[in-house]
Design a protein around this ligand. Structure first.
Ligand SMILES: [Zn+2]
Length: 289
């Protein structure tokens, strides 16, 4: 298991210590919520003889694993910092604070409450491998608005720490009981790019993956990764970090699965165009070895 270090020195997918490093800035919205930092102007009044004047932002490093290509922020936020970052996620205060730093976010807000259209295609890709009405566990599924098979399941359990109200027909998963339930499909979509230790998050789902259970993990296939296939020179090209702190390549996802004794079944590359993500999603389907 990767040590839970605040500044990573091993890959979050394959644990390699062969990391390229390049300086970047943590975007002000994230820096404020996580560290309480605001951009600041260093002026002559500071009296700092040896420093140049100008705007100071929160510095960080972009790291890229030379084994698997995973590209990630060096800071690995603690549980408390994650809570601070996602407190009232997309609520009134959150949105107002974010729009202060990122005026364009105002156009994104309305899309979050609608079900994303591309999910129909993901379901069509999965359906031939599943029973007619599958038993589904959605890990990190928020309200369930974007849960796969939301309208066509035998049961839909949602594990989410936010405690938000669920869509009709969905039930809250009890992590203590997931090993006693037979699931046809366990999903974790648009979560792993946000978390400090993605392998740990997937490890928590393993008790729910029994014989015949399929695991579907979905992350954004970020433009930078997509536009430089197989490149291990991405760190100097990634100059800022926001709430997506992990950029995965297909190889990085393969290595993540292997580390957890999961077998890759299939890979999905799907172009998407919705309010909160434009580009492509990368889905991997796996089962227990
Ligand atoms: Zn790696």
């Amino acid at each position: 298991m990767v040590d839970r270090e605040f500044v990573a020195n091993r890959c979050i997918c394959c644990e390699s210590d062969q990391l390229h490093r390049s300086p970047a800035v943590l975007m002000p919205f994230v820096a404020l919520r996580v560290f309480g930092h605001e951009p600041v102007e260093i002026t002559p009044e500071w009296g700092l003889r040896d420093l140049r004047q100008g705007t100071a932002y929160t510095l960080c490093n972009s790291l890229q694993c030379q084994e698997c290509g995973a590209l990630f922020l060096d800071y690995r936020f603690t549980d408390e910092q994650m809570s601070a970052l996602y407190r009232d996620y997309r609520g009134t205060e959150y949105n107002a604070q974010r729009i202060r730093f990122e005026p364009g976010y105002v156009n994104v807000v309305p899309h979050y409450h609608q079900r994303a259209a591309y999910l129909t295609q993901v379901q069509a890709w999965l359906a031939p491998r599943l029973p007619e009405a599958p038993a589904v566990l959605d890990w990190g599924g928020d309200t369930g608005v974007n849960s796969l098979f939301r309208d066509h399941h035998r049961l839909l359990h949602i594990h989410d720490i936010s405690g938000v109200e669920l869509v009709p027909g969905a039930e809250r998963a009890d992590p203590e009981l997931i090993s006693c339930t037979h699931y046809d499909l366990v999903t974790c979509s648009q979560v792993l790019e946000h978390v400090a230790f993605p392998a740990d998050v997937v490890r928590q789902m393993l008790p729910a993956i029994g014989e015949g259970t399929l695991l579907y993990l979905e992350v954004p296939h970020e433009a930078l990764v997509r536009e430089h296939p197989g490149s291990l020179e991405l760190a100097p090209l990634k100059r800022h970090w926001h709430e997506h702190v992990n950029f995965f390549s297909e190889e990085a996802m393969r290595r993540l699965l292997r580390q957890l004794n999961l077998e890759l079944v299939d890979v999905l590359h799907l172009p998407v165009d919705v309010g909160w993500t434009r580009g492509e999603v990368l889905g991997v389907l796996a089962r227990a070895l």
